[in-house]
Write a protein that binds this ligand. Structure first.
Ligand SMILES: [Zn+2]
Ligand SMILES: [Zn+2]
Length: 285
């Protein structure tokens, strides 16, 4: 398990690797484009080269892309679903060129139509994305959500239905600890954390988990609210997080912080060290 963080791309994507290195991250995640804009990635040769150089200079840490928030694969509107699929193809192709270890995405909302009703359309668009990016090795990582409104992917059963429907080794899962807690999985105690992992393993299978978003939660258990907190300061707390991150089933999965940070400037060295402590790793100086 590499303990890392989401880092800003202010000044350009090529600025991200050094930022990760500076806070002691062992892996990192970025939004390669503005998460609220459909504008496609401008992945020209010079920006690819600039990133690759900066990435090597900072020690070639494993890195992940987080796709834009506008993606909705479950919407009943065909045009929006197609546009969402195109955005994922774009992320995967650029991720391939930059050696990304995965592209994380939020599956979206059925907008009241119902999960079962929209499931075939979700499976169809994802299958098409995988087919259109045959030449890519980069996996797509479907992230669980906090369960608000009509969002899909609120339970392991819903995620398993999507993963099984697409049935590609390139469609995998990203587990967000704050979302799983807010959607009703009580991971505050070692018993609860182990029970959650048992459920995850029996529905989805640990071998299909590629990444963890390591976050404490400002929101209560089952509140369906998506509010991240610094490690140990939230409603989950260090005991549950420690049991989770020291479980041998998590040993090969990278972890990325998406916490507010002590100075509200995003993940920082303090949170890296708190998470390292949870995972039973030596703290950094
Ligand atoms: Zn997340
Ligand atoms: Zn979140």
């Amino acid at each position: 398990m590499n303990i890392g963080a989401h880092v800003s791309t202010k000044g350009g994507l090529a600025c991200a690797p050094a930022r990760a290195r500076e806070i002691g991250a062992g892996c990192f995640q970025t939004h390669p484009t503005s998460p609220q804009s459909w504008r496609p990635i401008a992945g020209d040769d010079s920006s690819t080269e600039a990133f690759s150089q900066a990435h090597r200079d900072a020690g070639s840490l494993p890195h992940y892309f987080h796709a834009i928030y506008l993606i909705n694969l479950a919407t009943p509107k065909d045009g929006h679903r197609e546009q969402s699929g195109k955005a994922l193809v774009d992320h995967l192709q650029w991720g391939e060129r930059l050696g990304a270890s995965g592209v994380v995405f939020h599956p979206g909302s059925h907008l009241g139509a119902g999960f079962e009703v929209m499931l075939p359309a979700v499976i169809s668009v994802l299958t098409q994305v995988i087919e259109e990016t045959e030449e890519c090795q980069v996996p797509l990582l479907l992230e669980n959500n906090a369960g608000s409104g009509a969002c899909i992917g609120r339970s392991f059963e819903e995620i398993a239905a999507i993963l099984d429907g697409v049935n590609s080794p390139r469609l995998r899962m990203c587990l967000d600890t704050a979302h799983v807690f807010a959607s009703g999985y009580d991971i505050r105690s070692p018993e609860g954390a182990h029970a959650m992992l048992n459920g995850l393993n029996s529905t989805i299978g640990m071998e299909r988990i590629s990444l963890v978003h390591a976050n404490d939660s400002k929101a209560d258990l089952g509140s369906n609210a998506d509010r991240h907190e610094n490690i140990g300061d939230g409603k989950i707390g260090s005991e549950g997080l420690s049991a989770l991150f020291q479980d041998p089933r998590m040993a090969c999965i990278d972890a990325v912080l998406e916490v507010p940070g002590m100075e509200h400037e995003g993940p920082d060295r303090t949170n890296i060290n708190r998470l390292r402590a949870c995972a039973g790793k030596a703290e950094l100086g």
